[in-house]
Design a protein around this ligand. Structure first.
Ligand code: UT7
Length: 312
């Protein structure tokens, strides 16, 4: 058994901050409605930045903090459902920008908001016989490009951003993971690429029910695998879709106050970027310390979900 040892993280956000108040001038909504239903006040939207710009910013930070160079990376994956191009992948463009070697395994994967954890699992497996022992995994989204800014049901929920992690295989360490998918095209759908402008559609209530079910189930499975209780963990980092989803699950599991991290107030739902962005915030704040037991869970379109319990 081996586990990924995260060496460093990074994050990059577009400059422009969009407040609930600003959105309330475009659609019939209010800061009070959005914050009380979701925990979101602000999000960042790209204006001049591309998804690649965000991915490069987050990846460079992570590599620099890990004390590694382009020549050390053997696997480079980008989790995204909102890439700049259907092809080439953001991972290949990132390879060029960073100057990663030609034999680096580079591709994008799409597991929506569970994408970063799918990326970690895939990269960890690929590292077994990769040319070099380090993987770069980036969650990167420009969701503003697929939002219908006249639809108040969706346009207030999402934001743009990127988070990155650099890790190597630790042959001694153990991690536990859970993955799942439901083959559901109705609850969340993003059209395109095609002749029509791609937009997000979501049945919020159905996704809410799905989320609280699979997040609780995943956490219970991971705790059982580890043989510990919820309050033996040091931190729980869930996908940052909605504060009410997190609070509901935390209460159901009897978690102590503050165990579940929340930062959607500043970023909204950034899909595949939300977990690595949160890990980076926590790491930079000094909250995450070596040896801590950290549980993460992602969930979203597909409908997909993924959880991992690892040692920081
Ligand atoms: O990252 C992928 C995973 N996604 C999620 O986890 C999202 C899960 N779902 C949710 O977070 C919540 O379901 C939402 C935040 C999307 C919606 O909250 P809700 O409490 O389920 O509200 P609702 O959709 O039932 O809407 C309640 C009311 C409706 O009005 P009526 O029909 O009761 O008159 C909506 O039209 O709120 C209305 N509404 C709004 N009002 C003001 C919907 N959006 C807005 C808005 N501002 N932005």
């Amino acid at each position: 058994m081996s586990a990924p040892k995260i060496l460093a993280t990074g994050r990059c956000l577009p400059e422009r901050v969009v407040t609930n108040e600003e959105l309330s001038r475009q659609v019939d909504t209010s800061d009070e409605w959005v914050f009380s239903r979701t925990g979101i006040h602000n999000r960042h939207f790209c204006t001049k930045e591309s998804g690649l710009d965000l991915a490069v910013g987050a990846a460079r930070q992570a590599l620099e903090r890990a004390g590694l160079g382009a020549e050390d990376v053997g696997v480079c994956l980008v989790a995204t459902f909102s890439p700049d191009f259907a092809s080439p992948s953001t991972a290949c463009l990132l390879q060029k920008e960073l100057g990663l070697k030609e034999d680096t395994v580079c591709f994008d994967l799409n597991a929506a908001c569970a994408g970063f954890l799918y990326g970690m699992k895939t990269a960890h497996a690929l590292l077994a016989d990769a040319p070099r022992p380090h993987a770069l995994v980036v969650g990167c989204e420009v969701i503003s490009r697929v939002l219908d800014m006249t639809d108040r049901n969706t346009c207030v929920l999402f934001g743009d951003g990127a988070g990155a992690a650099v890790f190597r295989r630790d042959e001694e360490a153990v991690w536990h993971t859970v993955f799942g998918s439901r083959g559901d095209a109705e609850s969340i759908m993003v059209e395109g690429p095609g002749p029509v402008r791609s937009t997000v559609h979501m049945d919020g209530k159905a996704v809410f029910r799905f989320a609280v079910e699979v997040v609780e189930k995943s956490i219970r499975q991971l705790l059982e695998a580890e043989g510990c209780g919820i309050n033996d963990l040091d931190l729980v980092v869930c996908h940052q879709a909605n504060a009410r989803i997190i609070d509901f699950v935390a209460k159901k599991l009897g978690a102590r106050e503050g165990l579940f991290y929340k930062n959607m107030d500043r970023y909204g739902n950034t899909s595949a970027a939300s977990i690595p962005m949160a890990l980076d915030e926590l790491s930079q704040a000094g909250t995450l310390k070596p040896g801590m037991r950290v549980l993460t869970v992602g969930f979203g379109g597909g409908l997909t979900w993924a959880g991992a319990l690892l040692k920081w």
